[in-house]
Ligand binder design. Structure first.
Ligand SMILES: [Zn+2]
Length: 190
Protein backbone atom coordinates (compact mmCIF):
# COMPACT_ATOMS: atom_id res chain seq x y z
CA UNK A 1 0.00 0.00 0.00
CA UNK A 2 1.51 3.33 -1.04
CA UNK A 3 0.39 6.64 0.51
CA UNK A 4 1.89 9.99 -0.44
CA UNK A 5 1.48 13.46 0.99
CA UNK A 6 -0.49 15.98 -1.05
CA UNK A 7 2.35 17.68 -3.01
CA UNK A 8 0.89 21.20 -2.72
CA UNK A 9 1.42 21.18 1.06
CA UNK A 10 4.75 19.33 1.08
CA UNK A 11 8.02 21.02 2.08
CA UNK A 12 9.64 19.38 -0.97
CA UNK A 13 6.79 18.87 -3.49
CA UNK A 14 9.03 17.01 -5.94
CA UNK A 15 9.28 14.06 -3.51
CA UNK A 16 5.57 13.13 -3.45
CA UNK A 17 5.32 14.09 -7.14
CA UNK A 18 8.16 11.69 -7.93
CA UNK A 19 6.52 8.95 -5.86
CA UNK A 20 3.24 9.53 -7.70
CA UNK A 21 5.03 9.36 -11.06
CA UNK A 22 6.97 6.19 -10.32
CA UNK A 23 4.94 4.15 -7.86
CA UNK A 24 1.41 2.79 -8.03
CA UNK A 25 0.03 5.19 -5.41
CA UNK A 26 -3.11 4.04 -3.53
CA UNK A 27 -3.78 7.22 -1.56
CA UNK A 28 -2.71 10.86 -1.81
CA UNK A 29 -3.81 13.00 1.13
CA UNK A 30 -2.91 15.88 3.44
CA UNK A 31 -0.57 15.07 6.32
CA UNK A 32 -3.35 15.90 8.80
CA UNK A 33 -5.54 13.16 7.28
CA UNK A 34 -2.82 10.52 7.09
CA UNK A 35 -3.15 9.31 10.69
CA UNK A 36 -6.85 8.48 10.32
CA UNK A 37 -6.17 6.84 6.97
CA UNK A 38 -3.47 4.60 8.49
CA UNK A 39 -5.82 3.59 11.32
CA UNK A 40 -8.56 2.77 8.82
CA UNK A 41 -6.17 0.73 6.65
CA UNK A 42 -4.82 -1.12 9.67
CA UNK A 43 -8.34 -2.39 10.34
CA UNK A 44 -8.85 -3.42 6.73
CA UNK A 45 -8.97 -7.07 5.70
CA UNK A 46 -5.56 -8.31 4.64
CA UNK A 47 -5.64 -10.16 1.36
CA UNK A 48 -2.70 -12.53 1.07
CA UNK A 49 -1.16 -12.82 -2.34
CA UNK A 50 1.92 -14.72 -3.49
CA UNK A 51 5.05 -12.55 -3.20
CA UNK A 52 6.64 -11.54 -6.48
CA UNK A 53 10.19 -10.32 -7.16
CA UNK A 54 9.23 -6.75 -6.32
CA UNK A 55 7.75 -7.80 -2.96
CA UNK A 56 11.05 -9.53 -2.21
CA UNK A 57 12.94 -6.31 -2.99
CA UNK A 58 10.65 -4.36 -0.66
CA UNK A 59 11.13 -7.00 2.07
CA UNK A 60 14.92 -6.76 1.82
CA UNK A 61 14.90 -2.95 1.68
CA UNK A 62 12.62 -2.78 4.71
CA UNK A 63 15.14 -4.92 6.61
CA UNK A 64 17.97 -2.61 5.45
CA UNK A 65 15.99 0.38 6.77
CA UNK A 66 15.55 -1.45 10.10
CA UNK A 67 19.30 -2.21 10.18
CA UNK A 68 18.77 -5.95 10.61
CA UNK A 69 19.89 -7.31 7.25
CA UNK A 70 22.22 -10.36 7.47
CA UNK A 71 25.35 -10.85 5.30
CA UNK A 72 23.61 -13.48 3.13
CA UNK A 73 20.75 -11.10 2.40
CA UNK A 74 23.23 -8.35 1.59
CA UNK A 75 24.88 -10.66 -0.94
CA UNK A 76 21.50 -11.49 -2.47
CA UNK A 77 20.66 -7.78 -2.63
CA UNK A 78 23.95 -6.95 -4.36
CA UNK A 79 23.53 -9.79 -6.85
CA UNK A 80 20.08 -8.49 -7.73
CA UNK A 81 21.52 -5.07 -8.64
CA UNK A 82 24.66 -4.00 -10.47
CA UNK A 83 27.61 -1.75 -9.52
CA UNK A 84 26.73 1.69 -10.82
CA UNK A 85 30.21 3.18 -11.17
CA UNK A 86 29.17 5.92 -8.71
CA UNK A 87 30.23 6.38 -5.10
CA UNK A 88 27.89 7.07 -2.20
CA UNK A 89 28.08 10.82 -1.39
CA UNK A 90 27.67 10.00 2.32
CA UNK A 91 30.21 7.20 2.89
CA UNK A 92 32.04 6.81 -0.47
CA UNK A 93 31.09 3.10 -0.70
CA UNK A 94 30.18 1.79 -4.12
CA UNK A 95 26.57 2.45 -5.11
CA UNK A 96 24.56 -0.41 -6.57
CA UNK A 97 21.87 0.33 -9.11
CA UNK A 98 18.71 -1.22 -7.69
CA UNK A 99 16.83 -3.40 -10.16
CA UNK A 100 13.57 -1.49 -10.11
CA UNK A 101 11.81 -0.87 -13.41
CA UNK A 102 9.77 1.98 -11.91
CA UNK A 103 12.60 4.40 -11.07
CA UNK A 104 16.37 4.77 -11.47
CA UNK A 105 17.77 4.52 -7.94
CA UNK A 106 20.85 3.43 -6.03
CA UNK A 107 21.89 2.03 -2.68
CA UNK A 108 25.32 1.54 -1.06
CA UNK A 109 26.61 -1.24 1.21
CA UNK A 110 26.03 0.98 4.24
CA UNK A 111 22.35 1.22 3.30
CA UNK A 112 22.20 4.83 2.09
CA UNK A 113 19.62 5.17 -0.67
CA UNK A 114 19.26 7.73 -3.46
CA UNK A 115 17.06 8.39 -6.43
CA UNK A 116 18.89 9.58 -9.54
CA UNK A 117 17.67 13.13 -8.82
CA UNK A 118 18.78 13.18 -5.18
CA UNK A 119 22.18 11.75 -6.20
CA UNK A 120 22.55 14.48 -8.81
CA UNK A 121 21.68 17.16 -6.23
CA UNK A 122 24.22 15.76 -3.74
CA UNK A 123 26.91 15.56 -6.43
CA UNK A 124 26.31 19.27 -7.15
CA UNK A 125 26.51 20.02 -3.41
CA UNK A 126 29.79 18.06 -3.13
CA UNK A 127 31.23 20.01 -6.07
CA UNK A 128 30.15 23.31 -4.49
CA UNK A 129 31.84 22.33 -1.19
CA UNK A 130 35.06 21.43 -3.03
CA UNK A 131 35.00 24.71 -4.93
CA UNK A 132 34.44 26.59 -1.65
CA UNK A 133 37.44 24.79 -0.11
CA UNK A 134 39.56 25.64 -3.17
CA UNK A 135 38.45 29.28 -2.97
CA UNK A 136 39.46 29.38 0.71
CA UNK A 137 42.91 27.86 -0.03
CA UNK A 138 43.64 30.39 -2.80
CA UNK A 139 42.52 33.26 -0.57
CA UNK A 140 44.81 32.04 2.23
CA UNK A 141 47.72 31.66 -0.20
CA UNK A 142 47.31 35.29 -1.28
CA UNK A 143 46.99 36.48 2.35
CA UNK A 144 50.08 34.60 3.55
CA UNK A 145 52.15 35.72 0.57
CA UNK A 146 51.13 39.32 1.25
CA UNK A 147 52.19 38.94 4.92
CA UNK A 148 55.55 37.54 3.80
CA UNK A 149 56.11 40.50 1.48
CA UNK A 150 56.23 42.83 4.47
CA UNK A 151 58.72 40.80 6.54
CA UNK A 152 62.55 40.80 6.65
CA UNK A 153 62.51 37.28 5.12
CA UNK A 154 61.60 38.93 1.86
CA UNK A 155 64.87 40.80 1.42
CA UNK A 156 65.52 40.83 -2.30
CA UNK A 157 63.69 42.02 -5.38
CA UNK A 158 63.51 38.56 -6.93
CA UNK A 159 61.63 37.12 -3.95
CA UNK A 160 59.35 40.17 -3.83
CA UNK A 161 58.55 39.73 -7.52
CA UNK A 162 57.87 36.00 -7.04
CA UNK A 163 55.54 36.69 -4.12
CA UNK A 164 53.75 39.50 -5.97
CA UNK A 165 53.20 37.20 -8.95
CA UNK A 166 51.94 34.46 -6.62
CA UNK A 167 49.49 36.87 -4.96
CA UNK A 168 48.22 38.04 -8.35
CA UNK A 169 47.69 34.49 -9.63
CA UNK A 170 46.00 33.27 -6.41
CA UNK A 171 43.65 36.28 -6.41
CA UNK A 172 42.78 35.86 -10.11
CA UNK A 173 42.13 32.15 -9.64
CA UNK A 174 40.04 32.81 -6.49
CA UNK A 175 37.99 35.41 -8.39
CA UNK A 176 37.36 32.88 -11.18
CA UNK A 177 36.26 30.22 -8.68
CA UNK A 178 34.00 32.74 -6.94
CA UNK A 179 32.40 33.73 -10.24
CA UNK A 180 31.90 30.08 -11.15
CA UNK A 181 30.25 29.39 -7.76
CA UNK A 182 27.97 32.41 -8.12
CA UNK A 183 26.90 31.41 -11.63
CA UNK A 184 26.33 27.70 -10.86
CA UNK A 185 22.65 26.76 -10.98
CA UNK A 186 21.16 25.84 -7.62
CA UNK A 187 20.94 22.05 -7.29
CA UNK A 188 17.38 20.77 -6.96
CA UNK A 189 17.23 19.78 -3.30
CA UNK A 190 13.70 18.54 -3.51
ZN1 LIG B 1 26.70 5.17 1.80
Amino acid sequence: MAIVQEPSEALAPSMPLSARAHVGVDHCCALAEMGDLLVMLAHDDLSITAPDAHDELIRIETRIAEGVLGPDEWSAFERSGSPSGFNCPDCRNVLFEVRDERILRFRCRAGHAFSAQSLLALQAETMENQLAALFGSLHEEAMLSRRLLGTPICRDDAMSATLAARIGKAERDAARIWQWMCNSPEPDQQ
